[in-house]
Design a protein around this ligand. Structure first.
Ligand code: CU
Length: 169
């Protein structure tokens, strides 16, 4: 009985911890990937129900040569200008680690693809890892729910450990 309780408590803790770990997102979803979309809102729709945090990774799935992933400024995103990207990945699939807070803008530089909607804009909020101070792109403060869920997680971990000790000794 004691072992069962400890097992259940540890299981709950590991589930909670897993929730707070960094996530990997396949841009567009596994069926679509990174491609010239049928509708110009495909990637904004895909991003609209997601919350990105520092430490998360975006995976752009595409065939090398068919597409690429350029990280660009907002104005170059708006104008589909891939001439002077901040970063360009030509080999697919491409993984982009979201390691700073703020806005990220991605486009495909193959002619006609961005204007057809192959472009993605996301905002990265502060995650569990604090961003270095003085980051030029200053994001809004993390939503209170993130902070309170972190506190709740720590409280639960602490309680679980305390309960485990009570049963062991
Ligand atoms: Cu493309």
């Amino acid at each position: 009985m004691r072992n069962l309780i400890v097992f259940v408590v540890l299981g709950a803790v590991s589930l909670l911890l897993r929730n707070s770990e960094a996530a990997t997102y396949e841009v567009g979803g596994s069926g679509t990937g990174w491609t010239r979309p049928s509708s110009s809102s495909v990637y904004s729709d895909w991003a609209s129900d997601k919350t990105f945090a520092i430490g998360d990774t975006l995976t752009f799935t595409f065939t090398t040569g068919a597409h690429d992933v350029a990280t660009v400024s907002k104005s170059n995103y708006d104008n589909c200008n891939g001439a002077s990207p901040n970063n360009l990945v030509s080999a697919g699939p491409a993984s982009v680690l979201l390691n700073t807070t703020g806005d990220y803008y991605f486009i495909c530089t193959i002619a006609g693809h961005c204007s057809a909607g192959q472009k993605l804009a996301i905002t990265v909020a502060a995650g569990s890892t604090p961003s270095p101070p003085g980051t030029p792109s200053s994001p809004p403060p993390p939503p209170p729910s993130a902070a309170s869920s972190l506190v709740a997680t720590f409280a639960l971990v602490f309680m679980s450990i305390a309960i485990s000790f009570m049963y062991f000794f």
